[in-house]
Design a binder for this molecule. Structure first.
Ligand code: ATP
Length: 345
């Protein structure tokens, strides 16, 4: 598979700036998730890589060779980029094998390739079924097999799980990322689901208003977001007013160590931590730092508790992700594990 590189890519539709000066490199064999709010330019980026949208400016390379620049515009069918669309978009009149083999020449090799792809996605038994006889998850796996059959250099997936319900979505997501890893595919997947991006990708590209604001590993994007907007967008956040002194910040939850490579000046800051950094230690004992449980959302594996911190002049609301059996109205003791990030107040 092949590296994909965008350099200085911009695209406007009338007065809408869909992409602004985007630089993004997806390494060969890497799965990159493009994450961002609705309308931030994710699909436009994908369609530019595939060749269906022509940038106003910039350069797109696949495997070190330009597929788009000021003098080049390689046609979509000659880029070696396969697309898995949102809802599979299978041909209803063809059976599963017919769908998977659609882009291949008629030959014994192609029949073998179809068989190989169906085995890869675990649908070898269903080759003769029609799309309307398949579940949503099976249809998405057929769409993936069809995309992979012509041995593309790059696979792009546009919100491929959005039509699936929550339980099936996680399962199909794992299956699809497993298949892509098995064949060492270079893949770009568009999603607005943070959990999906963090759990399945090698790297996450976060976009906002047409700009690429951060590209890093899932842990970098989650634990070291470049700014407060990225921090707010990727996962739940606890924001605390604080006063920074050196490598510590004083907050209503105590004096916390700071991490981060670019730090604001000493003085007032916004300190942020993730809800799972707040440990709930049971009922408050005399003199301990306390919080009042306002509400609890139980998810089975854990719960998200909305707490009001009791110390300080102004009540501060925080979120804690916890396995402690909390109930609304409890008073509990809390402490913070690990460092905070700080941003200018
Ligand atoms: P979503 O998550 O809602 O699918 P997105 O991040 O994929 O959104 P894009 O579809 O790339 O966003 O659109 C980016 C911006 O460009 C939006 O404001 C959109 O309305 C606009 N846009 C996209 N395609 C066109 C087009 N063909 N003509 C006019 N405007 C367009």
């Amino acid at each position: 598979m092949s590296e994909v590189k965008l350099s200085g890519v911009s695209k406007a539709f009338g007065s809408t700036k869909a992409l602004v000066d985007v630089d993004l490199t997806v390494a060969s064999g890497e799965l990159t998730a493009v994450l961002g709010p609705s309308g931030c330019g994710k699909t436009t980026l994908l369609r530019i890589v595939a060749g269906f949208v022509r940038p106003d400016r910039g350069r797109v390379e696949i495997d070190g060779r330009a597929v788009f620049d000021e003098s080049t515009d390689v046609a979509p069918e000659r880029r070696g980029v396969a697309i898995v669309p949102q809802e599979g978009a299978l041909f209803p009149h063809l059976d599963v094998a017919g769908n998977v083999g659609y882009g291949l020449p008629r030959s014994a090799d192609s029949r073998a390739r179809v068989h190989e792809m169906l085995e890869l996605v675990g649908l070898g038994e269903l080759a003769q079924r029609r799309p309307d006889q398949l579940s949503g998850g099976q249809q998405q796996r057929v769409a993936l097999a069809r995309a992979l059959a012509p041995r593309p250099r790059v696979v792009v997936l546009d919100e491929p799980f959005s039509a699936l319900d929550a339980g099936l979505r996680a399962q199909v997501r794992d299956e699809v990322s497993g298949v892509l890893r098995t064949i060492d595919a270079t893949a770009i997947i568009v999603t607005h689901d943070q959990e999906e991006a963090l759990s399945m990708a090698d790297s996450v590209a976060v976009m906002d208003s047409g700009r690429l604001v951060m590209h890093g590993s899932p842990t970098e994007v989650y634990y070291r977001p470049v700014d407060l907007d990225v921090a707010r967008f990727v996962g739940e956040l606890v924001e605390l007013p604080g006063t920074k002194t050196g490598l510590e910040v004083e907050t209503v939850l105590g004096r916390l160590p700071i991490h981060g490579s670019v730090l604001p000046a000493d003085g007032p800051v916004t300190a942020v931590i993730r809800p799972e950094q707040i440990r709930v230690d049971g009922r408050v004992e005399r003199g301990a730092k306390g919080a009042h449980v306002e509400d609890v959302s139980f998810f089975g594996h854990d719960a998200l508790a909305r707490l009001t911190v009791l110390s300080g002049d102004v009540p501060i609301r925080v979120l804690a992700r916890t396995v402690a059996p909390l109930r609304r109205g409890d008073d509990v003791a809390i402490r913070v594990i690990g460092p905070a990030l700080v941003y200018p107040a």
